[in-house]
Design a protein around this ligand. Structure first.
Ligand SMILES: O=C(O)CCC(=O)C(=O)O
Ligand SMILES: [Fe+2]
Length: 344
């Protein structure tokens, strides 16, 4: 599902594709810059990107909303888009403490087996990735399908002695692209594989998802979090336009939490020909997609990691205050999305 920033697009065939291309990160070709080896991002017209953070601030001050936007219920801080029923935007839904907690869990416990990650396909289950990265360990191939972490010197000796393959834990942590919680999603079959061993989604995350899902739930029903996909976005990573259609009951929302660097989210219609709404997703925002919105194409064409646009100043200082600099350094160039689903 991910694309690198440099893959050339086949064609601008649909309105969704054109919007993706419009917001995607491209670099200036100018030789003046390339000689200096400093690649500059091409400027992008962001004037039509919806900013629910300022929409909510203006609304609280003046009681006025932009055309096409309304609140889900009187006095609520949950916003809807009139021509996208079933879509809900909750700006600033998570406190700084909650953001820090889920960023930390996303790097430490969520990638732990039996949860699967993108690294499984190459290395098998990788335990203690975060602790190993912090301790500067290196993953060394011991046998065909057996990889183990070693301290730097020991790893160097092994690699020299047996010329086996190796990769540092910090590189692997940087290259983490997804992990799955609860029922394990099988990306190759694009379906849930209930036969795979799994843990339940942590209680505190279930509770959070239930609380935020409530406004989008059919009346009298409670959301049941059964599976979650955690996406990790580095600079230039994008999530192409897609539908999440592997869950049985589309009347139940997908609860999608944003953490870390700011992104642009595209919410299209049921056809890729429908022009999408572009909106910012910041750390702490929660989005719900239920009912008709489950049939709408959506994706993430851009994340911002520059100081001016990433919007993570407060988060960074809270993180370094709580956990030292290790995670605070990671989040400077990272966006995490946790999307929680009721599967059955
Ligand atoms: O990263 C996001 O905000 C959206 C993620 C998403 O749509 C998905 O994982 O299906
Ligand atoms: Fe999705």
């Amino acid at each position: 599902m991910y694309e690198s920033a440099n893959v050339s697009d086949d064609a601008d065939r649909t309105a969704f594709r054109r919007a993706e291309k419009n917001y995607k990160l491209y670099y200036e070709q100018d030789s003046k810059f390339s000689r200096k080896k400093k690649k500059l991002p091409k400027p992008v017209d962001l004037s039509s990107v919806l900013d629910f953070n300022s929409i909510s601030q203006d609304f609280n001050r003046t009681g006025v909303l932009p055309d096409g936007i309304r609140v889900a219920e009187a006095d609520s801080q949950v916003f809807c888009i009139e021509n996208r029923p079933g879509f809900y935007f909750i700006p600033n839904a998570l406190s700084l403490e909650e953001q820090c907690k889920w960023i930390k869990e996303s790097l430490t416990s969520f990638p732990q087996p039996p949860n699967r990650t993108n690294h499984n396909a190459i290395y098998g289950p990788v335990a203690d990735l975060y602790e190993s990265a912090k301790a500067n360990k290196v993953l060394v191939q011991e046998d065909t399908n057996i990889w183990k972490f070693f301290d730097g010197e020991e790893a160097t000796a092994k690699v020299k002695q047996r010329s086996c393959k190796s990769v540092s834990a910090s590189v692997l942590l940087r290259k983490l692209r997804w992990s799955t919680l609860g029922l394990q999603f099988d990306w190759s079959k694009r379906n849930y594989d209930v036969s795979l061993p799994h843990n339940n989604i942590p209680d505190a995350l279930c509770q959070l998802a239930k609380t935020h899902a409530a406004i989008a739930m059919p009346s009298g029903e409670e959301f049941r979090p059964e599976g979650a996909i955690v996406n990790y976005f580095g600079l230039g990573d994008t999530l192409g336009g897609h539908l999440d259609d592997m869950e049985a009951d589309w009347s139940k929302p997908i609860v999608s939490m944003s953490l870390g660097c700011k992104a642009i989210f595209l919410l299209g219609g049921k056809s890729k020909e429908d022009p999408p709404h572009a909106m910012y997703l910041r750390s702490g925002d929660v989005v719900l997609m239920a009912g008709e919105a489950r049939e709408c194409f959506h994706g993430v064409p851009r994340i911002f990691i520059d100081e001016e646009n990433a919007d993570i100043g407060a988060l960074e200082s809270e993180l370094s205050h709580e956990n030292g600099d290790f995670i605070a350094e990671y989040i400077k160039t990272l966006r995490i999305n946790i999307n929680i689903r009721q599967v059955f």
